[in-house]
Design a protein around this ligand. Structure first.
Ligand SMILES: NC(=O)c1ccc[n+]([C@@H]2O[C@H](COP(=O)([O-])OP(=O)(O)OC[C@H]3O[C@@H](n4cnc5c(N)ncnc54)[C@H](OP(=O)(O)O)[C@@H]3O)[C@@H](O)[C@H]2O)c1
Length: 288
């Protein structure tokens, strides 16, 4: 992506937290954005051209043109559809390449590993391998802080219920990044025309307990911290999750049990020439 030339960018999951924020950031710079979404009829006029797309579709819309940038943000958290979303993503990637897309970006995760036991991690790891050819950018964000995604679901849950369930001893490391920094990183990597795997994480980490205690102060209500063993939380999610919408799933708890060690050599190449906001800086600006 050249700084002063206009690009055409196809974004899957353009209705989601990260996809929609990215789409608007490119529109603001005057680029052409095509958003792949499940329900284009529900999308507002905002400069993005929306096209219907779902992992379940047997036919992929002909959206790619030579020279495009493709950013894959679509993700389904219904564990039953893992195999389907992997196959569908590979097919989408194949079509993008066949049509001469010049840069592909995959929104992976710091959890991308084949041995954590969570299907989320396994899906990310499998798809990283599908993308990992010359010319692609794989971005592994930590927990993305902004008005969407897992962070915001947890924030809203704490705000509504006044409780924070803490897993085990609460000392698990939380790697995080502000949504605006994640967007900046993706723009930067595209401009630099680099390829490979890059983390998007603030260098200062926090324990789960410290992280959500700080976040809890933003809810403007007293938050009761409830420390629970993993097995009890799993049981609770299994039973309560059938009646009430919870911010976490059985799978995300499995992921939390095995926070991955970040790869040192990848961390060394994930350095950016701009400031990444710390948790206190993010929360100072955060209007829940
Ligand atoms: N948010 C984070 O903290 C975080 C951290 C690390 C990595 N990531 C990764 O970043 C990517 C985007 O995350 P996000 O937070 O933006 O998630 P999100 O808000 O849940 O967005 C997911 C997107 O995928 C679409 N989608 C869901 N099921 C689909 C299906 N069956 N077929 C096609 N599209 C489907 C959703 O469309 P609908 O609007 O129609 O549901 C939505 O546009 C994901 O791969 C996620 O794993 C996120």
């Amino acid at each position: 992506m050249q700084q002063n030339t206009k690009s055409r960018i196809v974004i899957s999951g353009a209705s989601g937290f990260i996809g929609s924020t990215l789409a608007q950031s490119f529109i603001a710079l005057g680029h052409e954005v095509v958003g792949l979404v499940r329900q284009p009829e529900n999308m507002q006029e905002n400069g993005v051209k929306y096209v219907q797309y779902a992992f379940e579709n047997t036919e992929i819309p002909k959206v790619f043109q030579a020279g495009d940038i493709f950013i894959h943000c679509a993700y389904s958290n219904t564990t039953t559809s893992n195999v389907q979303s992997i196959q569908a993503t590979k097919a989408l990637l194949h079509l993008a390449r066949k049509n001469g897309v010049k840069q592909c970006v995959f929104l992976s995760s710091i959890a991308a590993t084949s041995h954590s036991g969570s299907s989320y991690s396994l899906e990310k790891s499998t798809l990283e391998n599908a993308f990992q050819t010359e010319g692609d950018i794989i971005v592994r964000p930590g927990l993305v802080i902004g008005k969407g995604g897992l962070f915001y679901n947890t924030f809203r849950f704490m705000q509504r219920r006044g409780i924070l369930p803490v897993f085990g001893n609460g000392k698990q490391i939380v790697h995080y990044i502000a949504i605006e920094n994640l967007v900046e990183i993706i723009h930067y990597l595209l401009q630099q025309k680099v390829t490979g795997t890059f983390y998007a994480v603030q260098e200062k980490q926090s324990s789960y307990l410290d992280f959500y205690t700080a976040v809890g102060q933003k809810t403007q209500r007293k938050i009761r911290i409830i420390k629970l063993p993993y097995w009890l939380i799993l049981l609770g999610v299994n039973t309560i999750g059938k009646m009430v919408k919870l911010p976490i799933t059985k799978d995300s708890i499995k992921g939390l049990q095995q926070i991955p060690q970040l790869d040192e050599s990848l961390l060394k190449q994930s350095v950016y020439p701009f400031h990444l906001k710390s948790l206190s800086e993010i929360l100072d600006d955060f209007q829940g």
